[in-house]
Design a protein around this ligand. Structure first.
Ligand code: DP6
Length: 350
């Protein structure tokens, strides 16, 4: 196993490379300063499931997501004396908790004034364990807040690379809207970042079926690794993703909702099939997950345009068009709209 200090230095090299031209006197950043930023949560429609580099979170394939307007993380960064303090939704997080440890490991990459520690206050307006990518928006908001705090004004590409070091899918939360994460091919990952796609589909909607808010028994990071290492058909996944991405992009440019829904659902189903075939087998679905999947298939048979996607958890994200929302809310009372039309979701790329 690679010792963790060498993992740290590989990540630190990337941070140093990105901040190379930033000449700052870090001793003048004191306890009186604070900066805040928001990053939206993103839901993958074509999934990231497998890494070519586990330290730099470099993926084996591209992936494509949509961000949830107004839903995500607000993070405030300031400095304090003594040890770091991390607050989540108003409560101090126990520094021994996995969440705090991951944050602190990430903050170790940005300790410019060794006399001071960080105070990180994050507010997330989505259920934290509902599979709505709370860690993705959390790391992205932290990177955006650090950028503001130190006044780096880095490009979105550089910010996306930094966020990826915290959690792969966080690189798709630096900007809003439809985002494609390029796997890249370089060993240092400087070509692996997410970029917005110029798509404006005002009819597109997404809803959540919250089956359970229980904490997952296995993290997405561990499940991904176990799938890559032991799932017998994993070698076919990158080709599948390439084809699915092509189909999805065609569907997006033709605004062909049926084709979009079919490919998104198939991609998620295939990711979960690979996990079930892993050794030991991983199954994120609960009986209620399967009940709702069947309900969605039945509604389709009855003529409604409705599809689902599922991440590393039991909850379902449901895709539909605005015109069907009322009917669907009647058919599935548990469905909670989480994506409404928003005018500003195609943001300027830098
Ligand atoms: C199922 O980004 O959480 O949501 O890079 O190890 O932090 P790490 O993994 P993470 O994995 C997300 C997996 C997924 C699919 C996706 O978002 O593309």
């Amino acid at each position: 196993m690679v010792p963790s200090c060498s993992n740290f230095s590989r990540q630190k090299e990337i941070v140093d490379l990105i901040l190379l031209n930033q000449k700052r006197d870090y001793s003048r950043f004191d306890l009186s300063l604070a900066a805040e930023a928001f990053a939206p949560s993103n839901i993958a429609l074509i999934k990231y499931w497998g890494k070519r580099d586990e330290v730099l979170n470099l993926p084996l394939t591209n992936s494509l997501s949509i961000s949830l307007p107004g839903k995500g993380a607000w993070t405030q960064v300031s400095l304090r004396e003594k040890e770091d303090q991390i607050l989540l939704n108003g409560e101090v997080v126990d520094p021994k908790m996995a969440f705090a440890r991951r944050m602190q490991d990430f903050l170790d990459l940005f300790r410019f004034n060794t006399d001071l520690a960080y105070r990180i206050e994050t507010k997330i307006n989505i259920p934290v364990a509902a599979g709505l990518a709370s860690s993705a928006c959390g790391f992205a908001a932290l990177v955006l807040a650090l950028d503001r705090f130190y006044g780096w004004t880095l490009s979105n590409r550089a910010l996306s690379i930094l966020a990826r070091l915290g959690s792969g899918s966080a690189c798709r939360s630096i900007e809003s809207g439809w985002m494609e994460w390029h796997s890249g091919g370089r060993e240092d990952g400087m070509d692996s970042f997410a970029q917005p796609l110029n798509i404006d589909w005002s009819e597109f909607r997404m809803g959540l079926i919250l089956v359970s808010e229980e904490k997952k028994s296995i993290s997405s990071r561990a499940a991904m690794k176990q799938t890559v290492m032991s799932s017998p058909r994993y070698s076919k996944w990158p080709k599948r993703v390439d084809l699915d991405l092509k189909t999805l992009k065609q569907a997006l440019s033709a605004k062909d909702f049926q084709s979009l829904g079919e490919v998104v659902e198939r991609n998620a189903d295939e990711m979960h099939a690979l996990m079930r075939e892993a050794v030991p087998s991983i199954d994120f679905s609960l009986p209620q997950t399967r009940v709702y999947q069947e309900r969605i298939r039945q509604l389709r048979k009855a003529g409604l345009s409705i599809y689902y996607t599922q991440d590393a958890g039991p909850n379902l994200k449901v895709l539909y068009l605005a015109r069907d929302e009322k009917t669907l809310l009647d058919c599935i009372p548990k469905l909670e709209p989480i994506f409404h039309e928003h005018k500003d979701h195609v943001l300027k790329s830098t």
